[in-house]
Design a protein around this ligand. Structure first.
Ligand SMILES: C[S@@+](CC[C@H](N)C(=O)[O-])C[C@H]1O[C@@H](n2cnc3c(N)ncnc32)[C@H](O)[C@@H]1O
Length: 372
């Protein structure tokens, strides 16, 4: 799936040491701005949020420090929660869809997850046998199929993190991100997300609104489960099951396995291809025009949404906070299915249909495309 403005590209990845140094310096600057003490306004906002989420905070025992989730916007209901748990594992999502009026059970489960989270472990590090083509890897490590663990790692697999498979240049680029090795942003609690998963009229399952959603409302924000370079290379495809089995936390593996695949067989690569969303990354100095999208992200919630050329939400990727989000582009009624566009909706119908068929193996019958 592509984000609204971008589609996958085959960007070249030649970065000079000075390019890399400049990017790293820019990110360090960004990091220091994120670590500024909260302003009075931000503190007031946090205090107001703390009172509105009191019921949640009393049950979710989490001690995230503001600096761990230092997101500067201070204007979104899901930001900044100091009592937040990333508890969107698949079982809980299913529970949520089946029993949306039973948040108590979910709270208990999140308590357990949060307890593990707080124990904290050092970052796991690994390399993968070199498959031979890393001409611009100046990092001193020999793994061409680069793995990058972006976020905290817990041996018990219960913490939010992002698993990245990319080329050496992008790895260095991502490493310079201020959130590297830090905890990623977490939602206050998934019962605050106005969505549930249920059978879809267009395909198997989809996301639905639990209540009326206002135009421009952000439905949720979430870090990706993993990122992978686009285009998806054959050598990564062949190693993908092994890579994920060996390096991905079991919890993330389970979340990946729970997603739909539109490709024959049951391999994880097909599952990834079905569900990946193209992400806009900051342009790198040597990038050709429109090469902003160089990574695809797989998301636990966003990847559950079906496509429509008349989508009711837009997907947004915020590289600074490492979050994907859905924003309503019109009022959405309770019970309505959430749709976002996998392709460029400004392209002619025949072009859209061809792309959706080729990449996602379905014929679009949305209100704009009509019956086949
Ligand atoms: C990211 S998944 C969407 C969630 C999926 N429906 C599920 O049950 O997990 C993408 C796949 O859903 C199906 N799909 C999405 N939108 C569709 C639509 N408008 N019509 C038919 N199939 C669709 C296609 O098989 C596509 O490859």
């Amino acid at each position: 799936m592509s984000s609204s403005e971008q589609s996958g590209t085959g960007a070249e990845d030649q970065m000079s040491p000075s390019d890399i140094a400049a990017l790293e310096a820019a990110f360090m600057e960004m990091l220091s701005s994120l670590e500024q003490p909260a302003s009075t306004t931000t503190r007031d906002t946090l205090a107001a949020k703390a009172s509105t989420t009191k019921a949640i905070s009393s049950k979710v025992k989490l001690g995230l420090r503001a600096s761990d989730i230092a997101f500067p916007s201070a204007n979104n209901i899901y930001d900044h929660s100091p009592s937040a748990a990333f508890v969107l594992d698949n079982k809980m999502l299913n529970d949520f869809a089946l029993a949306p009026r039973d948040p108590g059970l979910q709270m208990e489960q999140s308590d357990a997850a949060v307890g593990e989270f707080m124990r904290g472990r050092s970052l796991a590090k690994g390399s993968y046998p070199n498959s031979g083509s890393a001409p611009n890897d100046r990092s001193g490590e020999d793994n061409a199929a680069c793995l990058l663990f972006f976020g905290a790692v817990d041996d018990d697999d219960s913490v939010p993190w992002t698993f990245v498979i990319c080329d050496p240049a992008r790895r260095r680029f991502l490493r310079a991100h201020p959130l590297y090795k830090k905890r990623l942003f977490v939602e206050p609690h998934h019962s605050a997300i106005p969505l549930y998963i249920a059978a879809s009229g267009v395909h198997h399952e989809g996301l639905f609104a639990t209540r009326s959603i206002a135009k421009d409302e952000v439905l949720f924000r979430e870090p990706p489960l993993f990122l992978i370079i686009i285009p998806l290379e054959a050598r990564l495809a062949m190693q993908f099951d092994k890579l994920t089995r060996e390096w991905m936390p079991k919890r993330t593996q389970a979340a990946l396995d729970a997603l739909h695949t539109c490709w024959p067989g049951n391999d994880r690569f097909g599952r990834a291809r079905t569900n990946i969303i193209g992400l806009d990354l900051p342009a790198m100095p040597q990038d050709p025009p429109r090469a902003g999208t160089v990574l695809g992200g797989l998301f636990q919630l966003a990847s559950r949404a079906n496509h429509s050329c008349a989508a009711n939400v837009g997907f947004d990727w915020d590289y600074k906070t490492f979050q994907g989000s859905f924003k309503a582009n019109r009022v959405i009624e309770a019970g309505e299915e959430i749709f976002f566009a996998y392709c460029d909706v400004n392209a002619p119908k025949e072009v859209r249909r061809e792309e959706l068929l080729r990449k996602y193996r379905f014929k679009c019958t949305c209100t704009r495309c009509g019956e086949i």
